[in-house]
Design a protein around this ligand. Structure first.
Ligand SMILES: *Cc1c(COP(=O)(O)O)cnc(C)c1O
Length: 452
């Protein structure tokens, strides 16, 4: 078999999402109510999400049907191609077989519409007129604007101020699809006004933008909230990626020795590797490596504890590796990898030693992305470039050892709106930065106390 692209036809597209909670020999620690310390119930989440998504958050059923209307939209770009990186293998002179699943083919250019579309759909079904959300560098805001437009829902996006100022292109994308985007902190919410009173020049943070979007949603009857990562239902929707990948690898006659992906809140990588976890539990020796920035080393260096998802403490408490909900991210270029926490599903699997974690500096990451672009052509997102670098390292280890391992990484999106970061790298202006140990200690002290 000497194909470069391994393609599925539309009739081979998954018709169900896969729920890992059906197959785990342990439980994912439940979200807790910040007031009582008890697990939250559906009623606590009802102001934020449609009931179908709340059910998906807690269900232990193995397979969830993908509604036909959602499948119809998925067909705009799914099934996505799996590539064999033959040119890059040659450039690296490695005996390893490198594959990548290419999620950059969606209209917004990343994996994020895999969940934005069903989230908009279920909201429409339950009568939601308007959705409020936050976005960092704009990938999620643009994916949700794209999805809301298809289901005729108004979309309000609170975009972290520094990105709003520095990266206008995704805002324009949101507006093209009819979304309304404001810089966060904004004067539209109490959380935003409080921050502006403290610091009128605040660059904002993802945690603060979440506070604004949640406040917006709970203060209006016609509005729900949507989250682009972290929660169980988001991981669930993303499993279309891994299910397709598994079929495509079968067509190629290979099974992965190593799976690699970048992790911000964890959704692209979870969606990619979760369909392989059951095999691993049953004894397959596949290594699963999560890659994150040294500037936001959630899995590799932070404590595993209950924490809020946002700055203001409006969300339920989630058990996760966390740099503290007050985390102000250092200004690195992988905007989507700057969240203080991580999906509870990923955290539980990591805690049970089913996953590995690696933290990288941004210069080495861009260096690898350029090696990839010069061999394969695709210019990947700075987030994805983290996965590219670890793939390159593993492929070079194979060169040393002479092993022909099968390495598969999730190519979560393109970098066409991130060329300013490439320019910074190419002109030598990128700085490496490790998150300081004392800040992690400080974060530990600020964690909310829970009795359980
Ligand atoms: C948002 C984003 C990420 C990080 O989010 P996850 O939930 O960890 O997947 C990674 N890659 C791209 C291209 C993104 O847009």
């Amino acid at each position: 078999m000497d194909e470069t692209k391994i393609l599925l036809s539309e009739k081979d597209m998954p018709t169900q999402w896969y729920n890992i909670q059906a197959d785990l020999p342990f439980q994912i620690p439940p979200p807790l109510h910040p007031g009582t310390g008890q697990p939250i119930g559906p009623a606590d989440l009802a102001p934020l999400f449609p009931m179908e998504l709340i059910k998906q958050e807690v269900t232990t059923e193995r397979w969830i049907d993908i509604p036909e209307e959602v499948q119809d939209v998925y067909k705009l770009w799914r099934p996505s191609p799996l590539y064999r990186a033959r040119r890059w293998e040659k450039a690296l002179d490695t005996p390893a077989k490198i594959y990548y699943k290419w999620e950059g083919v969606s209209p917004p250019g990343s994996h994020k519409p895999n969940t934005a579309v069903p989230q908009a759909y279920y909201n429409k079904q339950e009568g939601t007129k308007r959705i409020a959300t936050e976005t960092g560098a704009g990938q999620w805001g643009s994916a949700l604007s794209f999805a809301c437009n298809l289901f005729d829902i108004e979309c309000k996006v609170y975009m972290v101020r520094i990105s709003y100022d520095q990266k206008p292109y995704r805002r324009i994308l949101m507006e093209t699809w009819g979304g309304k985007c404001v810089p966060s902190p904004s004067p539209d919410t109490q959380a935003g006004r409080d921050m502006l009173a403290k610091d009128p020049d605040s660059p904002g943070s993802l945690g603060l933008a979440i506070s604004e979007a949640v406040e917006d949603a709970v203060s209006r009857d016609d509005t729900h909230y949507a989250l682009g990562s972290v929660l169980n239902h988001v991981m669930l929707h993303q499993t279309v990626i891994g299910q397709e990948t598994k079929k495509q690898l079968e067509m190629a006659g290979d099974y992965p020795d190593i799976l690699i992906g970048c992790v911000g809140g964890g959704s692209n990588f979870a969606g990619f590797f979760l369909p392989f976890v059951k095999d691993k539990l049953d004894g397959k020796p596949t290594r699963i490596i999560c890659v994150e920035p040294q500037a936001c080393p959630t899995l590799s260096r932070a404590p595993y504890a209950y924490d809020f998802g946002d700055v203001a403490g409006l969300t339920p408490l989630l058990k996760m590796y966390t740099l503290g909900h007050g985390f102000i991210p250092p200004p690195i270029h992988a905007g989507g990898l700057r969240y203080h926490g991580m999906a509870p599903i990923i955290c539980a699997l990591y805690n049970h030693k089913l996953l590995e974690a690696v933290a990288l500096h941004q210069n080495e990451v861009f260096e690898a992305a350029i090696s990839f672009a010069r061999a394969e052509g695709f210019v990947v997102a700075p987030e994805t470039a983290h996965a590219v670098k670890t793939t390159m390292d593993e492929a070079l280890k194979c060169k040393e050892s002479g092993e022909a391992k099968v390495i598969v990484f999730n190519n979560s999106g393109h970098g066409h709106f991130d060329l300013a970061s490439y320019e910074r790298y190419l002109s030598g202006g990128l700085k490496d930065y490790s998150y300081p140990e004392e800040k992690i200690q400080e974060a530990l002290e600020s964690l909310p106390k829970v009795s359980s």
